[in-house]
Design a protein. Sequence first.
Length: 452
Amino acid sequence: MANFIRSYSLTRRLSLILLVITATVWVGSLGCIYWGMQRTANNIFDKSLVETAHALLSTTSSSLEGRIPDHTVIEKAQGEHYNQIIFQIWHRNGKLIYRSVGVDTHPFVQQANFGWIKIHNQTYRSYSVWDSTHTIQVQIAQVWTIRQDIQRDMLLFLIVVSAFFLPLLSWLILQTVRSNLSTVFSISQNLEKQSIEHLKPINPVVPKEIEPLVKSLNTLLSEVAESMQREKRFTSNAAHELRTPLAAIRLHAQVLQSARSTEEAREAAEDIIIGIDKASRMITQLLTLARIEPNGQQIQGPVDLVNIIQSTLAMMDFQLRQAKIDLQLQLESALVMAQMDQLEIMLRNLLENAIIYRSQERPCFIKISCGCVENYSFVQIEDNGIGLDEAQIPLIFQRFYRVNQNSTVIGSGLGLSIVKQIVDLYHGKIESRRADAIGGLVIRIEFKIKNK
């Protein structure tokens, strides 16, 4: 049963987040703009009051020329402006010189500079100033509703602009999010179209932020495809190569059933055991071959070939003594950056190959040497086995190739193929040649020493 995957719409979530952030910033900006415009408008009106007061003061001082008028002069006003700005001009002796229409004869400003007053239930912004001789004072006030009307008009304008541009900005955000996430959708569709039989890397143009994801997906696809190919090869090889030993086992079993003597039955039983050993070895080698990852990320460390050789010889001690092999060792420290278990598999297959194809006509020996030469480490296996022709040397690393097809030789034809695959995995070099004079085979493997 497939695991339940919790999912959500990335487009919807990003769009919602961006819209909320945009709307919040927009409203905050409108508040700041309105506050700034309100403050600026008040400053402008205040400066206008100051300039008007000083203009009245200058005009009055120049027209009086030091005289004091006998009566108060009232402004001759037409229209409604007298309701917006009112003023009084006083002499220092307390006489009212000039006043606006609708203003009482009592001073309406009690403090210097700016202040607030209330006249006829209306709030006014007030300002008072004396001339340089402290003889004439101008008191002026402006109704506060003028400023409120202008500020209301400014706020209404900002709201209308927001009502037009905020939906437009929201639409642009949605389109931008969808456009930039289209790559993710195309990757998803590309993956959905792939079949398990034909996996291949995807190569879309992607943002740098998801490039590692695409690379990881491609690596995974390549590994899965390679794994599928190995599985197919394993299944095909197993089905093909196990057919022969199984057929032989069946044949010998039939012979055993119809044996007319004890000797004939014993020989058939021995042949069955040999066939089972061949099939068992072939299965083991096929599994070993399938486990080797040619493209896998190997965890490598410095491994001394001397330790590998000694541990492998200890593990194969019974086989070597049973085959009466004379071991000749010439070992010097040689470091290789590799996995220890894979190097042991490589060496074990080399030794098993030498044991299987040993000569029955002379005492057998296996000479193992390792060391360092210039910038590489090497290991060399030499034996005096049955040998092979020059024409066979290029073929011995192919899968299922056997030098001797004799049914008594328990070989699968996979040992040296496994060796070569491990050597290739670590970018090493493998060479083989006939041993001089004595017959047999020499296999030399070299690994380049990596600088730390």
